[in-house]
Design a protein around this ligand. Sequence first.
Ligand SMILES: [Cu+2]
Length: 225
Amino acid sequence: MGKGARLVVTLVLFVLALGGFGLGVKALLSAPPTINFTASNGQVNVTMQTVGSFGSGPHPTWVSYLIQNPQGQWVHTTIFQVPTNTKVNVTIYQFDSGSPLRNQQIGQVTGTIGNVATLNGKTFSVTNSNDPNGNGVGHTFSIPTLGVSVPLYANAGTATLCSTAPCLPTSTSYVHNTVKFSFMSPKGPGSYAWQCFVPCGLAWLFGNAGPMQTVGFMGGFMKVA
Ligand SMILES: [Cu+2]
């Protein structure tokens, strides 16, 4: 190989390496988008859904949360922002099935206003996931540092479940449970991690890896500003 050819090969390899490095950095820096909720009358309304499998993208089989933006579109993210010291009214459309809990403590509603939530309009403070006539629990919405935790009652595993996000709560094709609760956002700004505490990462060791460890699926951040 002549000197010129060697120079060309070196340059090509250099450019390829640079491109690979750039893609790596981009992958590390890219995070799911933040949905910003601004208060009206000292309150914000945050609407989410849980789906048993996202149905598309790099992880179509993964269980996931989605958040509805103020314009009404479903966004594949678990990061949202609310103002400080504001009443946060959460609605979660739960489209997934579930199972009995390994830790019954997680069946409790904690940290919400009144320590209660509503399931399809009925107030509750604890879910007995071992009830043989029940469906168990699918997921939780939990912000450990604020003591907020709400179990999301499951749909029957025998039901026709939505497996392609976004699932539409207005659709009659798929079953869902509607869980609502409110809590006060902290007085101080910060980034508060939240997650699901049901090991719902099917096919992962004890259900705790994959979507359970990935922001945008079963855990995220509530930014308070
Ligand atoms: Cu979960």
